[in-house]
Ligand binder design. Sequence first.
Ligand code: HPA
Length: 272
Amino acid sequence: MYDAVQTAADSIAAQHGGPFPKTVLVLGSGLGGFGEVIETQTIIPYKDIPGFPTSTVSGHSGQLLIGKAAGAPVACMQGRLHLYEGHPIEQVALPIRAYRALGAQTLVLTNAAGSLKPDMGPGSLMIIEDHINASGQNPLIGPNDEKIGPRFPDMSDAYDRALREKLASAANIENIDLASGVYLYTQGPSFETPAEVRMFASWGADAVGMSTAPEAIAAVHAGLKVAGLSLITNHAAGIASHKITHDETLAVGAQSFEKMSRLMLRFLPAVA
Ligand code: HPA
């Protein structure tokens, strides 16, 4: 495992040349356009990085951008990898481990999610306080490599408190309403049933989605600090009065793009 991580890291270093940013941003469904806001120095398609899986979902383009956002050095995954695409879970962890090997310290995970709260509607932004992994999957299953991280990583502050405060203060400066809540991870790709949605709400979840938790677990294991931000694109099944579609996710992502972009441009320099 460690060799595969090092091979990917070496390949990124060779293709980029300069120092690797301390902050890495992962763009969720419909948020890939933030890549255009970055002053890009290097673009590396995932297919040119050994061991990186390629992204197959519409709205996810599949490249690593390295450059600056509002003057702050950042690497940006334009195109996320999901388990429902059929990638083995350890492949979802590999890019994160490679960034850590390159010296990254912070991972900012964004996603599109369904709301479980009637008063948190489409277009809302939610800081991820914590997650519930309801998938039965974990990227750390299998032999543990102590060179990467410990066998049993602590998850009590998985979404770093100081980063959550920085996100909240960036939103405050930009006059953007920000909710805060628990993100529940389900593998997908089918959306939830109304019965599942009722159960998840009773468990204490505020939003549901098909990403983020595997990356957060791999990042905490490897010693990265994690921040998470959900863009609420719809009310989850049973709360919404209509059927849920991926097109709706992409459309609300596009509508809320300006807000999320302003928030990130204020937040990223505060993290760097
Ligand atoms: N459920 C799961 N994932 C999602 C949803 C949803 O309702 N909306 C956007 N991503």
